[in-house]
Design a protein around this ligand. Structure first.
Ligand code: NOJ
Length: 569
């Protein structure tokens, strides 16, 4: 019997605070805005919020670049606002976890400022400084590593011979977690918020907490600038486990939920180890293996027909993680977050917005694990149709990419077309509340321009009044997911995928005393699906008639079912 942690009874919801609700009409979403929507969230049925970073920050990376972990960015509000948010959540039975960027700080953080000012300071040892390599009159960076923003991981310190290391933007120097004082400092931050009542953290960029400190050059082929992204040099290295054990041992609340964000190719075996229910230092691992299973990542050259949901791959990835992890570790589930385009535009369809939004929810919600819904997916929000590359400039990673694309000779029309499909800014537009200016988010405007489809029914106000809306389906489905009897089957029944090689349909079963089956057509066209069980209940369905004849389901575009079934298959 797997032992039970509180988050296994949760349905989570991700809030990108800058874009959620602006209470003071300065164009920037804030904590009071979130508080004003807590009743909406309670009624939606979620009971866990992951809040993207709210700490004081120059906002180079929209809050992932922290300059003071002990104060709240004035754009978002005050510490009292956070306390009110915690209380407001708890009064409504909602837990709150904060996003903690602990792999790096802003270059405006006092630690980094001191490290630059005084090479003898203890803070110098909080970061990675290395000498550049002299080549005649030139001073080259210490090695050829490229970071995740498509630039060198090294930036020179003034006109000295020293460089500092950053995996992301120039303004985000990485912390050296092999330094026990860094771990102590970050645990202190975590305890400060746990003691305030926060229920846990998303550990941002957890995968990258350890680097190959020899900083030896990569031997992989480099690009025209002599750079290469060699992930194993700074991803999921064995020391991450030890650092996290140390971090966890210093926390004031053993029931804190720690969800590690692990890119860089983490394996399910590594995730099962680090999140092991008995003695792993963290609670769950967010992996990226089910994101971009449509060949949609990067690729400005890709033609539309090359971008197509790979249903077989998706099933394979969900199943592989389930098979390896679930016995040992709890798992979070999500389609996409603030680092991806909108899921509806990736795996769903704006033509079949209503059907595909419901289909995506049903498919995800009843897999094993704690599901996380990304804000706006509950009304079917989709990618933008911006007009120029500058519309994406709020994101530093995007600015670097645009500069690289322009340098490579792409014109702005082509770049814009590509970003409207692939940019993560797509998921950072204002939440669409109603038909008022800026979709009711703010009268002032917003960091990223609102998606105009709020005028075509993609907003909360209209959908609340439509019994067949995506929003009403979400509400009903989430309450079903939280029904203790269903939660037990989902978390304790054996999950098996059906018809693995079917290229169009995702179907799975939870076997146990009772059986639940999900069947979802991921295509814009009709398909058929063989079915030999006896249906005892149609719990969820996104069409109003069922086409089942001679053991064959006739599935219409994005048709999706959650069924309770009998039968011995
Ligand atoms: C991961 C966050 O999810 C992403 O938004 C951010 O840009 C990077 N960490 C760097 O902080």
């Amino acid at each position: 019997m797997k032992h039970k942690n509180w988050w296994t009874d949760c349905v989570g919801y991700v809030i990108y605070p800058q874009a959620y609700m602006d209470s003071n009409n300065d164009g920037f979403g804030d904590i009071q805005g979130i508080i004003s929507k807590l009743d909406y969230l309670r009624d939606l049925g979620i009971n866990l919020i992951w809040l993207c970073p709210i700490f004081a920050s120059p906002m180079e990376d929209n809050g992932y670049d922290v300059k003071d972990f002990y104060s709240i960015a004035p754009e978002f509000g005050t510490m009292d606002d956070l306390k009110a948010l915690i209380a407001g959540c708890h009064e409504r039975g909602i837990r709150l976890i904060l996003d903690l960027p602990l792999n790096e700080t802003s270059d405006e953080h006092p630690w980094f400022q001191m490290a630059i000012r005084d090479p003898e300071s203890k803070e110098r040892g909080y970061y990675f400084f290395r000498k550049g390599i002299r080549d005649g009159d030139n001073l080259n960076p210490p090695n050829n590593w490229m970071g995740y923003n498509g630039i060198s991981t090294w930036t020179r310190v003034g006109d000295t011979d020293d460089f500092y290391f950053h995996l992301f933007a120039v303004k985000q120097p990485d912390l050296d977690w092999s330094n026990p004082e860094v771990r102590q400092e970050m645990a202190h931050v975590a305890c400060f918020y746990l003691d305030m009542g926060v229920d846990g953290f998303r550990l941002d960029a957890m995968a990258h907490l350890s680097k190959d400190k020899s900083f030896s050059p990569s031997t992989l082929p480099t690009d025209s600038r002599g750079l290469v992204l060699d992930a194993p040099k700074f991803s999921n290295r064995p020391e991450v486990y030890d650092y996290l054990c140390d971090f966890r041992s210093k926390l004031s609340r053993p029931d804190a939920c720690l969800i590690g964000e692990a890119g860089g190719g983490i394996t399910p075996e590594q995730a099962a180890h680090v999140a092991d229910r008995e003695n792993g230092p963290i609670s769950m691992v967010f992996n990226f293996d089910t994101a971009w299973n449509n060949n949609g990542y990067g690729g400005i050259e890709k033609r539309p027909e090359e971008i197509r949901t790979d249903v077989i791959l998706l099933k394979h990835n969900f199943e592989r993680w389930y098979n390896i992890c679930s016995e040992h570790a709890d798992m979070p589930l999500y389609w996409c977050d603030h680092d991806h385009p909108r899921v509806l535009s990736q795996y769903g369809s704006t033509v079949f917005r209503n059907e595909s939004a419901k289909c995506l929810l049903t498919t995800l919600l009843f897999l094993y694990g704690t599901p996380f819904i990304y804000y706006g997916d509950e009304i079917g929000m989709s990618n933008v149709t911006y007009e120029k590359p500058e519309d994406f400039f709020s994101d530093s990673a995007q600015r670097s990419e645009i500069a690289n694309l322009r340098a490579a000779g792409y014109d702005d029309e082509r770049i814009t077309h590509y970003l409207n499909r692939a940019s993560r800014v797509n998921s950072r537009t204002p939440m669409q509340w109603d038909r008022g200016p800026n979709a009711g988010f703010s009268t002032k405007g917003s960091v990223n321009k609102v998606n105009m489809n709020y005028l075509q029914g993609v907003n909360v106000f209209d959908q609340m009044r439509d019994p067949w809306s995506i929003l009403n389906f979400y509400q009903y489905a989430i309450w079903k997911r939280r029904d203790p009897a269903i939660n037990r089957i989902v978390n304790e029944g054996k999950l098996e995928f059906l018809d693995h090689n079917n290229p169009d349909v995702i179907a799975y079963i939870h076997r146990g005393e009772e059986k639940l089956i999900v069947i979802s057509n991921f295509r814009e066209y009709d398909v058929s699906f063989d079915f030999y069980w006896q249906i005892s209940d149609v719990i969820l369905h996104n069409y109003d008639t069922v086409l089942l004849e001679n053991h064959v389901f006739h599935l219409r575009p994005f048709e999706s079912f959650l069924l309770k079934v009998r039968g011995n298959m």
